[in-house]
Design a binder for this molecule. Sequence first.
Ligand SMILES: [Zn+2]
Length: 202
Amino acid sequence: MADMSRIDQLKNVVEQNPNDELGQFALGNAYYDAKLFAESGPCFQRVLAINSQNSKAYEMLALTQKMTGHPDLAIQTATNGFRIAHRRGDLMPMKGMENLLRELNAPVPTVVEKTSGSASAAAVASDTAFTCRRCGSTGPQLTKQPFKGALGVTIFESVCQSCWKEWVGQGTKVINELRLPMYDPQAQETYDKHMKEFLLID
Ligand SMILES: [Zn+2]
């Protein structure tokens, strides 16, 4: 049975502070439990706009997308989320998204095990071989810098085409969900922060 009083309570919380990650997540869960999937989706989207590393939100968003009849989107979200969960060592969401991908007959991404020497090894090898810092694939690489400046160079040198494409999709959501005015330098800074987190750039 839908617990509408809890939903109303949480709605109040996020209306007061739309960038409250925990509040948005709790509201999304409450909607999901009440089977109000059209409402839970935007909450989890917003959680991810606030914190692109929240692996549990990827899992819940993917489940929501499955429930609303969008298996293609669910696969995309779970694939992305699986990688993030793996990198963060979030075992439960990782397992959950793995199960979801198998259920939807989608491949579970191969993940690169982190070793202490891998960063320097990758740097040494960068002249000869390309390895994407985010997904560990060997390409294809971007054909040119996505934008000017040092960050553009870093991305060109270390992020593969498909990860960049994933970010462009996620970046648009970040702008929309956080209502970032991109002419504002502070908004640009927020956007760059999300981009670096997403692409695993320190
Ligand atoms: Zn990649």
